[in-house]
Design a binder for this molecule. Structure first.
Ligand code: PRP
Ligand code: URA
Length: 208
């Protein structure tokens, strides 16, 4: 599946502020959350609704309703948790799992340190959250871990993605739809996305 990039002036505007090195922690967090909400909105375009009958103040009508029990969000720690507030606005009753992963600074390979997901995750569509898709290593491992739990439908939401990482994830997991706010130019020698926004985790949590 070809990666879907949000292409909208409002998203570019928000990314401009997000990327700016002078943007502080509070605004950075708010923007990550807002852009995540728009990504989730886009990712729900294929959602199947259940028909239900309601009564408006004027008359009865048949209309569609989302069964929120069909969904789970799984942020990749740490930075993915910054997207949680935004997506929960869209599907408030979705369950939430967590995957703990950080990138080894020398090998750039992901190191797993935590995994906890809802018991019935195999019955849900899973939406994995991570603002940065760089080499794709973290995304590939996270998707594999979720697939091992028997999940059939997975989507991956990222704010900024590198072409190199997208290619790797698309090759390894062609059944997983990736959504991102922007596909940037490339990775630098330290496997950071350029122009990018720097270290997402550090900017969300103010750790550097
Ligand atoms: C960042 C980011 C992704 C990963 C992307 O996490 O949030 O999880 O790197 O890189 P990759 O595509 O090359 O695997 P980081 O290792 O900085 O951990 P953190 O979220 O705890 O800061
Ligand atoms: N992780 C980040 O936070 N930023 C990048 O550019 C790459 C990996």
């Amino acid at each position: 599946m070809k990666t879907i990039e949000l292409n909208h002036p409002l998203i570019e505007h928000k990314l401009t502020i997000l990327r700016d090195r002078n943007t502080g922690t509070k605004e950075f967090r708010e923007l990550i959350s807002e852009i995540a909400m728009f990504l989730c909105y886009e990712a729900m375009k294929d959602a199947k609704l259940e028909q239900t009958e309601i009564e408006t103040p004027l008359e009865k009508m048949k209309t569609g309703k989302l069964n929120e029990d069909n969904y789970a969000f799984v942020p990749i720690l740490r930075a993915g948790t910054g997207m949680l507030d935004g997506v929960i606005n869209v599907i408030p009753n979705a369950k939430i799992g967590h995957i703990g992963m950080y990138r080894n600074e020398k090998t750039f390979e992901p190191v797993n340190y935590y995994f906890k997901v809802p018991k019935d995750i195999d019955k849900r569509e899973v939406i994995i959250l991570d603002p940065m898709l760089a080499t794709g290593g973290s995304a590939i491992d996270a998707i594999e871990a979720i697939k091992k739990k028997g999940v059939k439908k997975i989507k991956f939401l990222s704010i900024i993605a590198a072409p190199e990482g997208i290619k790797k994830v698309e090759e390894k997991h062609p059944d997983v739809q990736i959504y991102c706010a922007h596909i940037d130019d490339q990775l630098n020698e330290n496997k950071y996305i350029v122009p990018g926004l720097g270290d997402a985790g550090d900017r969300i949590f103010g750790t550097r």
